[in-house]
Write a protein that binds this ligand. Structure first.
Ligand code: B12
Ligand code: SF4
Ligand code: SF4
Length: 329
């Protein structure tokens, strides 16, 4: 078994993982934390996270007879936003959609180590509490921002798992208080979405409104988007544990193309990226909001064009953005 584990960790490291670990298949005591999050109104109990909660308490709900879960963290580079909020897409969404890219890497590894039918690869593609599993497998510790932090690497990692029916020896999972008295992420968040005790308020978070918008943002949050088209990474960037990863992909929408977005072909521009999941309608509606606070002379013309869109969501967002822009100017 030790040889298998050694081979597994070696292959994962070769595929780009910066931290790996093994934990059991549960039960995972995540219910109480979720319930607190929902009861504070910060997460939507009626949404998919509320519906999935009972399933998250055991990896056996993802793969029957699961005995172990291998957790792996893969680093990404942050966007070069600067303090003025240069328009851009957050780094985790650069390149081929990470769900598919990391999923393919983990599948390649699993195929070489485990018998067929004895594993399932998950990258935010099934109801697993991925951060909790990583923490339990000793991959990292939970930060005040909510992000899982890998010691020596930081919070700029995406997580993936191989769930298996094989019983593997679990990795040590030391209790780490890596934040101490630091509150840099809480202070840096542009919309005060972080409570300071590890919870995030999805009714305010800019990432929530750009990556999985269930409803349009409130006025002050829309203004704070300030060029953020997909994702937000302020709470990641300011973390003292963050060490920049080497560049691997480039921004699919560098600033010179950002303002041309309405005229670009959605498929040709975002093809296989994570952003493609959002669809043109929600992306362009968010684009309108992201322009509210931009001081660029091109904005008026773009918003006027978007206001004429045949898509009611884009049209409504653009009309609201024009109004909010006037109110704030
Ligand atoms: C919903 C979701 C979001 C929502 C809500 C995030 C949130 N903080 O709750 C939104 C859209 C806002 C979001 C944003 C981001 N996300 Co997101 N998201 C998810 C998703 C699908 C579920 C998370 C969830 O269930 N949240 C509810 C809260 C209550 O649970 P949790 O965040 O998992 O936290 C658990 C543990 O940390 C634990 N915990 C924390 N502290 C402590 C302390 C103790 C004592 C204990 C026992 C437990 C504990 O409790 C929680 C329950 O288990 C996961 C994928 C997945 N299936 O897990 C990705 C995931 C968490 N997201 C990820 C990423 C990369 C991001 C962004 C950086 C993307 C971006 N640049 O815009 C931001 C970061 C914002 C932030 N500060 O969290 C990565 C995490 C990377 C990391 N290093 O942590 C994940 C794992 C996807 C992946 N496969 O890589 N996300
Ligand atoms: S992703 Fe942005 S808006 Fe959301 S908590 Fe982090 S800093 Fe705040
Ligand atoms: S910025 Fe500071 S408080 Fe926030 S997660 Fe990093 S170390 Fe913890």
């Amino acid at each position: 078994m030790e040889n298998l584990l050694f081979r597994l960790f070696e292959l994962l490291a070769e595929s780009g993982a910066v931290a790996t670990g093994v934990t059991d298949a549960g039960p995972y005591p995540v219910g109480a934390r979720y319930e607190e999050w929902f009861s504070r109104g910060m997460g939507d109990r009626g949404g998919y996270l509320g519906r999935h909660l009972p399933l998250k308490e055991s990896a056996g709900n993802v793969l029957p007879s699961a005995r172990s879960v291998i957790s792996a963290a893969f680093p990404y580079r942050l966007a070069d936003w600067g303090t003025a909020g240069t328009p851009a897409v957050a780094g985790f969404a650069w390149g081929v959609d990470y769900h598919r890219r990391i999923g393919a890497l983990l599948t390649q590894v699993a195929r070489q180590v485990f018998p067929p039918e004895s594993y399932r690869v998950v990258v935010d593609s099934a109801p697993l509490p991925e951060r909790y599993i990583a923490q339990r497998a000793g991959v990292g510790f939970p930060g005040r921002s909510g992000n899982l932090i890998v010691p020596g690497v930081g919070p700029a990692v995406v997580l993936g798992e191989i769930v298996t029916t094989l019983a593997l020896p679990v990795s040590p999972s030391p209790e780490v208080d890596g934040c101490g008295s630091c509150r840099a992420c809480v202070d840096a968040c542009p919309v005060e979405a972080l409570s300071g005790d590890g919870f995030l308020d999805t009714r305010r978070c800019l990432s929530a409104f750009t990556t999985e918008p269930a409803q349009p943002p409130p006025d002050d949050v829309a203004r704070a988007l300030d060029g953020r088209l997909f994702g937000c990474e302020e709470c990641v960037r300011v973390c003292p544990h963050h060490h920049p990863a080497p560049p691997e992909f480039s921004d699919p929408l560098p600033p010179d193309r950002y303002y041309a977005l309405a005229g670009l072909s959605f498929r040709a521009t975002f093809g296989e990226t994570t952003i493609a999941r959002l669809g043109r309608s929600r992306l362009l509606a968010g684009y309108a909001y992201s322009l509210i606070a931009r001081a660029d002379p091109r904005v008026e013309k773009i918003l006027a064009e978007l206001s004429c869109s045949v898509d009611p969501r884009i049209e409504a967002a653009a009309a609201r953005a024009v109004r909010l822009r006037k109110e704030y100017s």
